[in-house]
Ligand binder design. Structure first.
Ligand code: GDP
Length: 294
């Protein structure tokens, strides 16, 4: 995860780590290299510029120049700024309601169904009664995929293969959860390969009808700035509560992880790092910043 970015940042820090006497020019050159590492990682340009301006100001303020360990102090400043950039504190999902409804949105192939299974397993482990709802009316294979995952993690899956109305399936599923005493419902919706008006209208209608406690937007981190742009489009229509970044195991650059919070102003809540049901983590900005710095 993020190997390219990590490599480039570590190279950038070398001057400050090795230099006997540090000058303002050394700091400025390092800051410039950090900015290049970030833009190479597909971080939004404005985000990269703003964060490196802050890093430079803090570095000069905290007297990196006269510090005994200028390299270490500089890295600490970068770590603090990366943590802030990714949202600061970890953000929980809202599971209030009876049942609490969690709506999953995103493009086809982003990892929605896989994530729905993982989230069900994660919540079940906390002792909650969970129901998955397969709300994809276009792809029968998506229903089957969710059923397989549900079986794997021991969570019931509600589906109506012959019903072509996503709103009514979601409503019926929630009723079913109430009747069977399930406390949390996860609604896995249909995605398309690209943003599409019909898909947006459908998920907007589902959201309005079921009033979820939490709407999550799932996106493939490997798509970099495209991920950020798609997030913006979905957020404009759905006003979602949080982001799930998937396929971080294959993302060597980290551009989406670093840009999305600032650009969309919604926190990343979970990260997914593999196809297995265990490969899900709550997102902690500080841990991610440490990981990026290696
Ligand atoms: P959906 O169309 O949004 O429901 O996407 P799927 O859940 O079907 O996922 C699409 C593909 O990505 C599947 O082959 C998944 O196994 C795979 N996938 C999902 N999440 C991850 C992840 O975090 N890492 C990797 N490597 N593959 C993933």
């Amino acid at each position: 995860m993020f190997e390219n970015l990590q490599d480039k940042l570590n190279k950038a820090f070398k001057t400050l780590k090795g230099q006997g006497r540090i000058t303002e020019i050394n700091v400025a050159a390092t800051v410039k290299e950090v900015r290049r590492a970030l833009t190479d990682a597909d971080v939004n340009y404005k985000v990269a510029k703003d964060i490196t301006d802050r890093i430079r100001d803090k570095a000069l303020d905290r007297k990196v120049l006269i510090s005994v360990e200028p390299g270490q102090l500089f890295v600490k400043i970068v770590q603090e700024e990366l943590t802030e950039l990714m949202g600061g504190e970890a953000q929980q999902i809202n599971t209030k309601g009876d049942p609490a409804v969690i709506l999953i949105s995103g493009l086809q192939g982003s990892g929605k169904t896989t994530f729905s299974g993982k989230l069900a397993a994660h919540l079940k482990k906390q002792g909650r009664g969970v129901l998955l709802i397969a709300d994809d009316i276009y792809r029968p294979a998506a229903i089957d995929q969710l059923k397989v995952l549900g079986e794997q993690v021991g969570v019931d899956v509600y589906s109506e293969p012959d019903n072509k109305d996503a709103v009514s399936i979601a409503r019926n599923g929630i009723d079913h959860a109430r009747k069977t005493g399930k406390k949390i419902v996860i609604v896995d919706t249909a995605g398309r390969l690209a943003v599409d008006e019909a898909m947006m209208q459908e998920i907007e209608a589902v959201k309005k009808a079921i009033n979820p406690a939490e709407t999550l937007f799932v996106v493939d981190s490997m798509t970099g700035q495209d991920a950020v742009n798609t997030a913006k489009t979905f957020n404009d229509r759905l006003n979602f509560d949080g982001v799930v970044l998937t396929k971080l195991d294959g993302d060597s650059r980290g551009g989406a992880a670093l840009s999305i919070k600032t650009v969309v102003n919604k926190p990343i809540k979970f990260i997914s790092t593999g196809e297995k049901m265990e490969a899900l983590d709550v997102f902690y900005p500080d841990r991610m910043a440490s990981r990026i710095l290696g």
